[in-house]
Design a protein around this ligand. Structure first.
Ligand code: HEM
Length: 406
């Protein structure tokens, strides 16, 4: 019986995130938001309010606007979980910072994620993928595809890149599950990340003694030992890279595999013409848009988008799945079309914070999916489709559990 209940015009704006109906498409309501409410007010799980933007042009304009901030310390930063907000403000991962601070970290990492450096990783990624498929086939099935393949591929690739021993696979799984869940408390997130930082700092100490040919050694020799960054800064940078790269690729791989299981003619098209793989990966990234609400921002000044003013200090989220399914930009957006021209999707974000690992993610997807459909053409669900468990509560959309056989 409080004031808000009795005054409809004072009602809380609708809740966000909005649940997906079909796992292979954005929430149905995004289409209505795009046409009727392109800049919409929402209530977040933390109780804070924010704006969401859903049109392709608007999302790009927003994310490229120098007047927006990604600084998680701002009061109205629209984190989707209280744990994330609190720990983010404490640890300040560079994904949630602004220039010039952000620029410093980004410059440090970019040379390691170029097209050329990534291309050189192809044989290592292929070897990881082949080993995992050998193990899956040897097990005889059924297996849960998420830990056995999707997560194993993405974690092994990150470990390979950074030079982290593979014994830590299981450990990473827990860290990401806890730190990526909206329902985790600040204490739970802090504990999970604390474990991760201890592990990385042990490895850093080893590299200081004896550098090797890996990314961690490079950061230690070129940036830590020169005094460019402190140990804590190095830990948080490596930590965010591991977290950003694992959960996203895991979800993308699992959801893409499920889509190809449900649409065997698409898998057949790729087997018949493997040169379609790169275009197919980008089309899957667009259609599935798993990192939909990752770009969280605050308006540092008043910003006008589609004739609507977002006042300074308000939180705002550029919804990537909204943008990637905007029919003005992508005709018949729900259609999976490996021949789509000009597929300039924003699945990796846009502007200053655009994904640093995108070339690596594409390579992983291309090798892991391409090899999977070639080597296990009879891959199918080992349970009814209704029993596949999806991740509705995590920062990126994905699959929790998916028993498969062949
Ligand atoms: C940033 C998506 C894989 C590392 C981002 C952002 C998105 C994204 C949307 C922008 C966030 C924002 O604007 O606030 C994805 C997707 C992936 C993927 C969909 C896989 C399919 C990876 C991988 C790595 C990685 C494999 C590293 C190994 C990062 C980092 C940032 C980032 C470090 C922060 C960049 C910055 O703030 O300047 N990613 N990502 N990502 N991603 Fe990815």
């Amino acid at each position: 019986g409080n004031h808000e209940d009795s005054a409809p015009c004072m009602a809380r704006p609708r809740d966000f995130p909005i649940r997906r109906g079909c796992p292979f498409a954005p929430p149905e309501d995004y289409a209505r938001l795009r046409t009727e409410e392109p800049v919409a007010r929402v209530t977040l799980p933390t109780g804070r309010e924010a704006w969401v933007v859903t049109r392709y042009e608007d999302v790009r304009e927003l994310l490229a606007d120098p007047r927006i901030s990604a600084d998680i310390r701002r009061a109205n930063f629209p984190a989707l979980g209280e744990g994330e907000q609190e720990i983010g403000a404490r640890l300040r991962p560079f994904i949630r910072t602004d220039a010039p601070e952000h620029t410093r970290y980004r410059r440090m990492l970019l040379p390691e994620f170029t097209v050329r450096k990534t291309r050189a990783m192809r044989p290592a990624v292929q070897a990881i993928v082949d080993d995992l498929i050998d193990a899956m086939l040897a097990s005889g099935g059924p297996v849960d595809f998420v830990p056995a393949y999707a997560n194993a591929v993405s974690t092994s690739v990150i470990c390979e890149l950074l030079g982290i021993p593979k014994e830590n696979l299981e450990f990473f799984r827990d860290v990401t599950r806890i730190s990526g869940s909206r329902s985790s408390t600040a204490e739970q997130v802090a504990e999970a990340l604390g474990g991760l930082f201890t592990l990385i700092s042990d490895l850093v100490a080893q590299r200081q003694e004896q550098p090797r040919d890996d990314l961690l050694s490079k950061l230690v020799v070129d940036h830590l030992q020169t005094g460019d960054i402190t140990l804590n800064e190095l830990l948080s940078t490596v930590g965010i890279t591991i977290n950003a790269g694992r959960e996203t690729s895991t979800n993308m791989l699992a959801l893409s595999a499920l889509l190809l299981i449900r649409r065997p003619e698409l898998a057949q098209e790729l087997r018949a013409d493997p040169s379609l793989m790169p275009a197919a990966v980008d089309e899957l990234l667009r259609v599935l848009s798993i990192a939909d609400s990752i770009p969280l921002r605050v308006a540092a000044r008043d910003i006008e988008i589609s004739g609507h003013v977002i006042p300074a200090d308000d939180g705002v989220i550029g919804l990537l799945a909204g943008a990637n399914h905007d029919p003005e930009q992508f005709p018949d957006p729900g259609r999976v079309d490996f021949h789509r021209p000009d597929n300039h999707h924003v699945a990796f974000g846009y502007g200053m914070h655009q994904c640093i690992g995108q070339h690596l993610a594409r390579l992983e997807m291309e090798v892991a999916l391409g090899t999977l459909i070639r080597r296990i053409p009879t891959l199918r669900l080992a349970v009814p489709y209704e029993e596949v468990e999806f991740k509705h509560e995590s920062a990126t959309f994905g699959i929790e559990r998916m028993p498969v056989t062949w």
